[in-house]
Design a protein around this ligand. Structure first.
Ligand code: ZN
Ligand code: FE
Length: 241
């Protein structure tokens, strides 16, 4: 693989992701909530930082971006449509744009719902999807700005990606999500197996992500919703779960 990802825990339950491209030796970070934990990881590995990929404007996804740009001269990438509420963008992007990352590239997928102008990044070389707060393991983001229809359509855009794609999301919400998912589909065997795995991982303080889209397709009640109405009903139920 040309591109690999490593989770960096930030704040209470955020994950930022360190990206390494091994042909040209580029380094990137996705959604740095804070600068300090990223600097610690980069220093320990003796790395600089070339790119900062932002998915959406929430402070727990952009909080460390300016400080990291200042320290490393990294370029900040984000949705040009949201430029007014993101840190100053060095590389404004849009739906379908290909962002060069050394010998690899990231495809920008616009996924409004959690916020309007939320984007995801898909690295075909490496099979990595950075979905921000759109899709979580067995969950999805709250609808702060978009409609159920928009979020349903956003998640449907991921349907074209291979099962082996690894979902790298913005939060460790899996333990709570799996309880809700089991309430929706108590007899789903793949879900029950995943629930056991998640309990074991969390008991050891380990991350439950990344997780493959194939497993999410078998377990995530929001991917599995058959219609916008069913999706909206599940999202509303989860909000009050
Ligand atoms: Zn958010
Ligand atoms: Fe968030």
């Amino acid at each position: 693989m040309t591109v690999t990802a490593q989770a960096i825990p930030m704040l209470t339950d955020n994950y930022s992701w360190l990206l390494r491209e091994d042909k040209a030796g580029k380094t990137g970070i996705v959604d740095p909530a804070e600068a300090a934990p990223a600097i610690a990881v980069l220093e320990a590995a003796g790395l600089g930082l070339d790119f900062i990929f932002l998915t959406h404007h929430h402070p727990d996804h952009v909080g460390g971006a300016e400080a990291l740009r200042e320290r490393y001269g990294a370029q900040i990438i984000g949705n040009r449509a949201d430029a007014h509420r993101l840190p100053r963008l060095d590389v404004p992007v849009h739906e379908g744009a290909l962002v060069e990352f050394g010998a690899a590239n990231a495809r920008v997928i616009e996924v409004s719902g959690h916020t309007l102008g939320h984007i995801a990044y898909y690295f075909a070389d490496g099979g990595l999807l950075f979905a921000g707060d759109t899709l979580f393991s067995m969950g999805c983001g709250r609808l702060f700005e978009g409609t159920p229809q928009q979020m349903f359509d956003a998640i449907a855009k991921f349907a074209e990606l291979p099962d082996e794609t690894m979902l790298c999301c913005g939060h460790e919400y899996t333990a709570s999500n799996v309880r809700f998912a089991l309430s929706v589909e108590p007899e789903n065997q793949a879900l029950r197996a995943r629930a056991e795995e998640v309990a074991a991982l969390r008991a050891r303080g380990l991350a439950t992500v990344p997780v493959s889209l194939g497993r999410e397709r078998a377990t995530n009640p929001f991917i599995r919703a058959a219609s916008v109405a069913e999706f909206a009903e599940r999202r509303a139920a989860k909000d009050n779960f």
